[in-house]
Design a protein around this ligand. Structure first.
Ligand SMILES: [Zn+2]
Length: 646
């Protein structure tokens, strides 16, 4: 080869004795005369000769099949070729990747074999421990059945008489018979145990493990980039598991999650073989706690714990219901002016108790601006509240009709003006308008007419000069005669005083009169009805519509003879000085009566034959006959009533 090569190499153009030895591979000039071949003498001649730019032609011819050439091809950085050469030379050593891989698989096989053998031994040992060989089954059968003994009896029986054999056999059978229960049980146990081993052996799991090991082995790799098609580098199942585990509500530590991920990554080939279907129930997915703020998340966490405690602890539940927070809210609900019914309050209380932790901020809030006013309504009695509502409704009615003049309260305000002058009128008007209290009060079925009654003196027998009439502050009216200053001729004649009006025929009147006597002498009172038109001409009793009473032993008694003389109640009419007589008048109904008030023990009526006068005579009215000095008629009460009582 050397020879042939040598012969094919040309000689130097400069030194024709020399074959060319070097080829210039770097720094080659474009010029034609530039020299690329060098012989040994050329090298000698060239003072700038740099070995790095030249390759030995000999090497080109001889080494390409077996060597990496250090100077070919021309490169920017010669160290690349040097390193490549080094790698090429080292690849033969025992440390090569191929050898290491081979070693890995040798060791793997060895280790797996050892493992398999150990496990196999262990499991076989277990199987032997719990399973029954044929021989064992037979042994146990023999032991339980005592068949050996039966056999022995027969073998020994040859030496004995038939009777002996018969007896021994019978005795044994009796004994076995007595153990029948126990023997059956023992045989059943033996049978169960035989079956159990077969049933217990689980071949499923080992089969699965075999498949898994096998696929795990397939996944061994050293060069990911080369085997991309075969190796499953998918981490999607692993990510799914990580996502589930790391849900914010699990509060896993970073340490745990990191460690879990690392461990799962090791098992990834297994994990990725799993088929994850139907991870979540239909229409469901994990609650997205990571999407809410940290504060809200904490709130929800607290809320959950609260719900669990509510559910599990009666004591906790009570504690919450009695907490200040819930109590404060309930106070609002229960305020009387809210009119919330008990069912709703209980229902809302339940909701508030549930939301207890979410309402924390209410503790910092001042709920009522006017706490005292709020309490004030709360303390109101049911009756007062009902009255208040009625008042407000009345006020509303008057406002709607824009007519407070219709109000009873307004009427009373007008009538009572002289008692109300101490009050500021504007505010009185305002408050009575807002609270028309008198419209709330139901009316008695009687009307007080005392304040409308004016008694007048008659001119008859100089009454005007002698009669005294005083109206008291309580509206009662006193009438008496005082003739100390009188010097006229009628001193012994009795004048009348009368109500200066006419009784209406259809109305029912009640007059209550008290008598006052200043001396102990007996004296008479006459009172009743007389015609107003006759008032200045005649004695009042002329029409016989009067009653005559006498004062005697500190009592007022019936004397009679003036019309009202029919006693229809009690034995004899009488009353004490502190009591009153009640005169009842109903012209249209032909009623004129005198009763004692307040006891109503007696009643004097107008005689029947005089009753027509009540209808026939016009302008009848109440009068008092005033004769005796030192006595007083006191008209204390006067009403128009719907009906007479008692
Ligand atoms: Zn040369």
């Amino acid at each position: 080869m050397d020879q042939i090569a040598h012969q094919t190499i040309q000689n130097c153009q400069k030194h024709s004795n020399n074959q060319i030895s070097f080829l210039r591979v770097n720094q080659i000039s474009d010029q034609n005369e530039a020299q690329i071949f060098y012989c040994i003498d050329c090298v000698d001649d060239d003072h700038d000769f740099k070995g790095i730019d030249y390759i030995q032609i000999q090497k080109i011819i001889q080494q390409p099949q077996s060597q990496i050439l250090q100077k070919w091809p021309p490169v920017n950085d010669n160290t690349i070729l040097q390193k490549l050469l080094q790698q090429y030379q080292n690849s033969d050593t025992s440390n090569s990747v191929v050898q290491r891989i081979t070693k890995y698989f040798t060791e793997l096989k060895y280790e797996i074999n050892i493992k398999i053998e150990n496990v196999q031994k262990k499991i076989l040992k277990q199987a032997l421990e719990i399973s029954f060989e044929k021989e064992q089954i037979l042994q146990q059968y023999k032991q339980i059945s005592q068949i050996d003994k039966l056999q022995q009896i027969f073998q020994e029986g040859k030496q004995h008489s038939f009777d002996v054999l018969n007896n021994q056999c019978k005795a044994f059978l009796t004994q076995i018979q007595s153990q029948k229960e126990e023997i059956s049980l023992q045989l059943q146990n033996l049978l169960d145990q035989c079956c159990k081993v077969k049933q217990q052996a689980d071949f499923d799991t080992p089969n699965k493990i075999r498949i898994e090991i096998s696929s795990l082995l397939e996944n061994i790799y050293f060069f990911p980039q080369l085997n991309q098609n075969n190796i499953n580098l998918n981490y999607s199942n692993l990510e799914t598991i990580m996502q589930l585990v790391s849900n914010k509500s699990n509060f896993c530590t970073c340490e745990f999650l990191d460690s879990l991920r690392k461990n799962l990554e090791k098992l990834n080939p297994f994990i990725e073989q799993m088929e994850f279907v139907n991870i979540f129930q239909q229409g469901r997915e994990p609650i997205k706690f990571q999407e809410i703020s940290e504060t809200k998340f904490e709130e929800i966490n607290e809320f959950m714990n609260h719900l669990i405690n509510l559910e599990n602890s009666q004591q906790y539940s009570q504690q919450i219901q009695q907490s200040e927070r819930i109590q404060n809210i309930c106070k609002i609900l229960e305020n009387k002016t809210n009119f919330i019914n008990q069912n709703t309050i209980s229902f809302l209380k339940g909701i508030f108790s549930k939301c207890y932790p979410l309402m924390k901020s209410i503790d910092q809030i001042q709920i009522c601006d006017q706490q005292e006013e709020f309490n004030c309504f709360q303390e109101l009695s049911d009756d007062s509240l009902q009255h208040l509502i009625k008042l407000i409704n009345l006020k509303k009615q008057f406002e709607i009709r824009n007519n407070f003049d219709e109000s009873e309260t307004n009427a009373i305000r007008h009538q009572a003006k002289r008692f109300l002058y101490d009050f500021k009128q504007n505010e009185l008007d305002q408050i009575l308008k807002t609270f028309p209290v008198f419209d709330l009060i139901p009316k008695e079925n009687k009307t007080n007419i005392l304040r409308n009654i004016e008694l007048v003196k008659s001119d008859f027998v100089d009454g005007v000069q002698r009669i005294q009439i005083v109206k008291n502050s309580d509206e009662s009216i006193e009438a008496w005669i005082n003739q100390q200053q009188y010097s006229g001729k009628y001193k012994n004649y009795a004048p009348n005083c009368i109500w200066d009006s006419s009784l209406e025929k259809e109305k029912k009147y009640v007059f209550r009169i008290q008598f006052n006597v200043n001396n102990e002498n007996s004296t008479n009172f006459i009172l009743g009805l007389m015609q107003k038109s006759d008032f200045n001409q005649n004695y009042g009793y002329k029409n016989k519509l009067s009653c005559c009473l006498k004062y005697e032993q500190r009592q007022i008694k019936y004397k009679g003879g003036y019309g009202i003389d029919k006693l229809t109640k009690g034995d004899s009419f009488r009353l004490n000085m502190e009591d009153m007589i009640e005169m009842r008048v109903w012209l249209e109904g032909q009623i004129l009566e005198i009763v004692d008030f307040p006891n109503y023990q007696y009643k004097l009526e107008l005689k029947d034959e005089l009753k027509n006068n009540l209808i026939d005579l016009n302008d009848l009215n109440l009068y008092f006959y005033l004769y005796y000095e030192n006595i007083k008629y006191i008209l204390k009460e006067a009403f128009i009533v719907n009906q007479f009582i008692n």
